[in-house]
Design a protein around this ligand. Structure first.
Ligand SMILES: *[C@@H]1O[C@H](CO)[C@@H](O)[C@H](O)[C@H]1NC(C)=O
Ligand SMILES: *[C@@H]1O[C@H](CO)[C@@H](O)[C@H](O)[C@H]1NC(C)=O
Ligand SMILES: *[C@@H]1O[C@H](CO)[C@@H](O)[C@H](O)[C@H]1NC(C)=O
Ligand SMILES: *[C@@H]1O[C@H](CO)[C@@H](O)[C@H](O)[C@H]1NC(C)=O
Length: 185
């Protein structure tokens, strides 16, 4: 018993003294209208897809996202054995285009100075494991959409700054929670 308590004390001390408080996570899309629950988010040629990246992209990368303490950015970290072949420096950062009235694909950029004036890499965060974007002085928003691609079970992720959704768009939540594996029947 004594040993157990002291181990926990040591671990707690180690965690609280860690220099950097990076949070690393994967994101999974949830909606009853998706082909299955908890589709993992992937990087495909600078855009975000769930359920995998379509075969027509040149660069398909299984990613984790990293959020550094005090920084409200989601930085993509390649999580693949092919990582060494990627030009992944600096690591791409997620952005949303918040132009009113349109739904635009969520992208990743290595240089945020090249973005359109309404696109931003800042304001991302997690709220109880749910991804959100928060514009300056506004409330948090979770306006994520999944648009089916022409490949089964793979969707392009968009940010919906419009007031309506196109008929094939599906409102999704992006969560750090991986889907629970269901037993085979
Ligand atoms: C992505 O990476 C995770 C490990 O972080 C692995 O479990 C998963 O199978 C990978 N998915 C694909 C499609 O490579
Ligand atoms: C930026 O957003 C405003 C309003 O949301 C819009 O009027 C303007 O055209 C947008 N600019 C670009 C470059 O998309
Ligand atoms: C680009 O990154 C800098 C540094 O983090 C940040 O201050 C700025 O707001 C970002 N600009 C855009 C358009 O995302
Ligand atoms: C699927 O869509 C992509 C991108 O729009 C296109 O390049 C590709 O040719 C399409 N494939 C088929 C089988 O329609």
């Amino acid at each position: 018993m004594f040993c157990k308590v002291s181990l926990i004390t040591v671990l707690a001390a180690f965690v609280s003294s860690a220099v950097s408080e990076d949070i690393e996570f994967k994101l999974f899309a949830y909606s009853k209208k998706l082909s299955s629950s908890g589709l993992q988010l992937f990087y495909g040629d600078g855009q975000a897809y769930v359920g995998g990246a379509p075969s027509f992209v040149k660069e398909s990368v299984n990613i984790s996202l990293v959020m550094t303490e005090g920084d409200d950015k989601f930085v993509a970290k390649a999580d693949t054995t092919a990582a060494s072949t990627l030009d992944w420096s600096p690591e791409p950062t997620m952005y949303v285009d918040v132009t009113e009235g349109i739904a635009s694909p969520i992208g990743f950029t290595k240089d945020n100075a090249t973005l359109s004036s309404n696109a931003t890499t800042v304001g991302f965060g997690l709220y109880g494991g749910w991804a959100f974007h928060k514009p300056d002085e506004a409330d948090i928003e979770m306006k994520f959409l999944a648009t089916p691609t022409n490949e089964t079970g793979i969707y392009l992720v968009k940010w919906n700054a419009a007031t309506t959704t196109a008929s094939d768009d599906i409102a999704i939540s992006l969560r750090t929670q991986a889907p629970v594996a269901l037993d085979d029947k």
